[in-house]
Design a protein around this ligand. Structure first.
Ligand code: NAD
Ligand code: UDX
Length: 529
């Protein structure tokens, strides 16, 4: 049986950092090191201001990194890449694999440049027996390319086994997801040494995850399962979003439809929230990767099927902007629009592929002036995403949501931060049905409340797993809620709210004088036409 003492994670991003922090906490007998070519990122991991915002992450990182009176430090962040590779028994490669921008497969295929250069570095620096774990999301067959590179460049006496171990965490709930995963998937070569390596990796996870959740299969099934999971999750959202356009036309309500459909246990309630569109660094990239794989396998019908998931998402964003323009009398010139939320989802400061970027750019193209507020996204990030500079008179980033709303003609909600909602607050972790207004009250008293339709795990549910000395971080999504009455007093009239996340109670806001346009809800209900 292989003895594992030392783990190295190459890539200290949204996956590498939190994953290493959880392993270090749950397996204090192991030394866990995160290395990155980005020295500033490593510096930030070694500071009080981590490079990645995740609820409760600092509480995990800090004791493992700095040690406490009860435990020695076992979590290291370093730029000494070759040295740390040489010391490791298991190396996780969790580097970025974005969509290629140029060349063959541009706009669809994954750019494996970072993965290959990390693999070459492992090949040259590793000593003795090393298990190399493909943590990044990759096209099917990548493990073979890694095996070839490793074998061709190995130092004398060095031996490698490659495993696939895709990551399923979602941002904003990464700590909870890593502590309590639905499953851990390990793909290996179907050989004796492949099985032994998979067993060694299972032993690491078994420090905190029940054995029945650790599943193994061959490398290619494992690699494909990751793409399949993201494709199916995104497909649910596109399906609901496609239905939301029908709802708007026929006076049905998408929240009620999601709720009714999700009660079928074969369908389930998660990932069923209609929205302005899905964002994030994974869904679009991984589906386009699947499309590219299908095309190269000469399966055009399969490629077209998955491509439609991305096309519906783009359509949803376009539809939302069109609705804003049409509702506001077909001109946004000289109008101030308050944008609430810029992150691609709540509880993260990440803006990669955020629908807010697309929507904001299109509003600017209509000559609107935009004032943006997000509780976690940095100002410089917003300007960079919008490809503009701080002196652009059309764009202001406010740290106060009321400044953003002052004299605005419309409020546009693009991230579902809890603080924007005027729906009844969730009590503890109890999920509430995501339905709107008065129906909600009736439904909630009718027995068990349904699970949250977005399927998001409450970020605070991991609190009991934090080190005893750690205090859970107050989630910014639990910040003081907006005073919508105050906003109504600040805005130009007529006042519009375009809710891209179905986060507000339409009835309550209408009573304050707002005209609310929600996704999947008709502007003019059939009964009043
Ligand atoms: P990221 O961009 O946040 O982090 C990647 C890090 O790798 C960067 O800090 C980069 O500097 C570093 N890096 C790149 N090449 C390197 C090299 N040769 N040596 C050392 N460091 C190197 O990316 P991420 O969001 O953490 O995603 C990483 C991978 O995990 C991707 O393949 C992604 O698809 C997958 N994934 C991401 C998520 C998510 O929620 N972000 C979830 C599941 C899977
Ligand atoms: C996703 C997968 O969920 C995760 O398993 C994988 O490892 C990485 O990709 P992530 O992108 O971080 O995670 O977040 P997720 O919660 O899946 O949300 C993705 C996007 O879909 C967000 O923009 C979110 O707002 C949107 N979404 C989610 C909806 O529009 N409706 C929903 O019901 C759920």
């Amino acid at each position: 049986k292989r003895e594992i003492k030392n783990i190295c994670c190459i890539g200290g991003g949204y996956v590498g950092g939190p994953s290493a922090a959880v392993i270090a906490n749950k397996a204090p007998q192991l030394q866990v090191t995160v290395v990155d070519i980005d020295a500033r990122r490593i510096e930030a991991w070694n500071s009080d201001n981590l490079p990645v915002y995740e609820p409760n992450l600092f509480q995990l990182v800090q004791p493992a990194r700095d040690g406490t009176k009860d435990r020695k430090p076992n979590l290291i962040f370093s730029t000494a890449i070759d040295e740390k590779i040489a010391e490791a028994d298991i190396i996780f490669i969790g580097v970025n694999t974005p969509t290629k921008k140029t060349g063959l497969g541009a706009g669809k295929a994954s750019d494996l440049g970072w993965l290959e250069s990390a693999t070459r570095r492992v090949a040259k620096a590793a000593q003795g027996e090393t298990i190399v774990v493909e943590k990044s999301t990759v096209p099917v067959g990548t493990a073979d390319a890694m095996r070839e590179i490793l074998a061709a460049n190995a130092q004398p006496g060095a031996e490698f086994e490659v495993l696939s171990n895709p990551e399923f965490l979602a941002e904003g709930t990464a700590v909870t997801n890593l502590l309590h995963p639905d499953r851990i998937l390990i793909g290996c070569l179907e050989t004796e040494s492949g099985y032994a390596a998979a067993e060694a990796l299972c032993d690491v996870y078994a420090n905190w995850i029940p054995r029945e959740k650790l599943i193994t299969m061959n490398l290619w099934s494992s690699e494909l399962s990751k793409l399949a999971a993201n494709a199916l999750l995104a497909q649910r959202i596109s399906s609901i979003n496609a239905l939301s356009s029908i709802c708007e036309a026929v006076s049905a309500n998408i929240q009620d439809v999601s709720y009714a459909v999700g009660l079928d246990t074969r369908i389930g309630p998660k990932m069923m929230n209609a929205s302005v569109g899905f964002g994030g660094s994974c869904f679009r990239k991984d589906i386009l990767n699947l499309v590219y794989i299908s095309e190269t396998l000469n399966l055009p019908e399969v490629a077209a099927y998955w491509k439609a998931v991305v096309e519906v998402n783009e359509y949803q964003m376009a539809r939302f902007v069109k609705r804003i323009v049409h509702t506001m009398h077909s001109t946004l010139s000289n109008k101030k629009l308050a944008i609430l939320g810029f992150a691609y989802k709540k509880d993260t400061g990440d803006t990669r592929e955020s629908p807010a970027i697309t929507v904001a750019q299109r509003l600017l193209a209509e000559n609107a002036t935009i004032h943006i507020f997000d509780p976690k996204v940095r100002r410089e990030q917003i300007y960079a995403d919008l490809q503009t500079t701080l002196d652009d008179p059309r764009v202001t980033v406010s740290e106060d949501p009321y400044d953003a709303c002052r004299d605005a003609h419309a409020v546009i909600i693009l991230t579902e931060w809890d603080m924007f909602s005027n729906k009844p607050p969730k009590s503890g972790n109890a999920p509430v049905p995501q339905r709107n207004g008065r129906l909600l009250a009736a439904a909630a008293t009718n027995g068990k409340p349904a699970e949250s339709a977005d399927g998001a795990v409450s970020a605070s549910s991991s609190v009991s797993d934090l080190p005893a000395t750690a205090k859970p971080s107050p989630s910014p999504s639990r910040q003081k809620r907006l005073d919508w009455k105050r906003i109504s007093e600040l805005m130009e009239k007529p006042m519009y709210v375009f809710d891209g996340r179905n986060t507000v109670d339409v009835v309550a806001l209408s009573e304050l004088g707002f005209r609310v346009e929600a996704i999947g809800v008709a502007s003019k209900p059939r009964s009043t036409r």
